[in-house]
Design a binder for this molecule. Structure first.
Ligand code: HEC
Ligand code: HEC
Ligand code: HEC
Ligand code: HEC
Length: 148
């Protein structure tokens, strides 16, 4: 009896601790959902990105998306850290693809903002869908850039 009770207290404490960590991560008013909409002239609709769900529900580490100026993953990141925008480094507007992209190195392509965004978001989604053998994570244009 005693054992059972202390176990449930431990579970309760454990859940409490997890909730605290989650609350801390979003303490500084970090929005749960980010609307990704760059300043340059856009050709597609803004992308609604469930930042908090990616962290809490899909269990993706900060460093899968955030890195330093050498491209090294920032896995110890917290909500209080100054987080640079992707476009601060991947600073050329828009996306180059098809014929325009021919002959460009991977590194050069990544200097374009939308190429870097797609390389991050779409490639993880594709890998995930392949692994699950189902279309779960959005990988087609209109799923992320809805037409109204
Ligand atoms: C799946 C990708 C992904 C993961 C995982 C992720 N982030 Fe982000 N985060 C982004 C993107 C994209 C932005 C928006 C960047 C931009 O505007 O250029 C962002 C923005 C932010 C911002 C700025 C919020 C604002 O108000 O603009 C903070 C702070 C942040 N992230 C912290 C974190 C922390 C801490 C973690 C891990 C606990 C994390 N992120 C995990 C992709 C991610
Ligand atoms: C402080 C500058 C900086 C910021 C901010 C930054 N990046 Fe990068 N990123 C780099 C550098 C440097 C590399 C390595 C590029 C290379 O090898 O040419 C890189 C590489 C990448 C790559 C290819 C390597 C990989 O991880 O698969 C992707 C995709 C990428 N960044 C996406 C993003 C996204 C999305 C954001 C915003 C959440 C972001 N970057 C923010 C500098 C930055
Ligand atoms: C490292 C992997 C990874 C990265 C990087 C990533 N995602 Fe996801 N994303 C997922 C997974 C996994 C799911 C589906 C989870 C599920 O439904 O089971 C998902 C689902 C989604 C969904 C649909 C469900 C929802 O929560 O709205 C959207 C929209 C989305 N991602 C947008 C983005 C955007 C935009 C980026 C880039 C800024 C991004 N993701 C980066 C793994 C990733
Ligand atoms: C997983 C989500 C995702 C998918 C799938 C996706 N995109 Fe994007 N795309 C983004 C994000 C995030 C940005 C950056 C949005 C911003 O900051 O304006 C972006 C930016 C862009 C931009 C530059 C901004 C603009 O509006 O001109 C273009 C062009 C673009 N995408 C075209 C496409 C096309 C074409 C496809 C299909 C082949 C596609 N995208 C599929 C997430 C996605």
């Amino acid at each position: 009896m005693l054992k059972k009770r202390s176990l449930s207290i431990m579970i309760a404490l454990g859940v409490g601790a997890v909730l605290c960590v989650a609350a801390l991560a979003f303490a500084a008013g970090m929005p749960e959902v980010l609307v990704l909409e760059s300043d340059y002239k856009k050709t597609r609709s803004a992308v609604t990105f469930t930042h908090q769900k990616h962290i809490d529900d899909y269990k993706i580490a900060c460093g899968e998306c955030h890195h330093d100026d050498q491209g090294q993953p920032l896995n110890e990141l917290t909500a209080d850290d100054p987080v640079q925008k992707c476009i601060d480094c991947h600073s050329k507007p828009g996306e180059v693809r098809g014929r325009q992209a021919q002959g460009m190195s991977e590194q050069e392509l990544l200097t374009y903002h939308a190429n870097a965004m797609h390389a991050n978001c779409v490639s993880c989604h594709r890998d995930y869908n392949k692994e699950k053998q189902a279309r779960i994570a959005p990988a087609t244009c209109n799923e992320c850039h809805p037409r109204d």
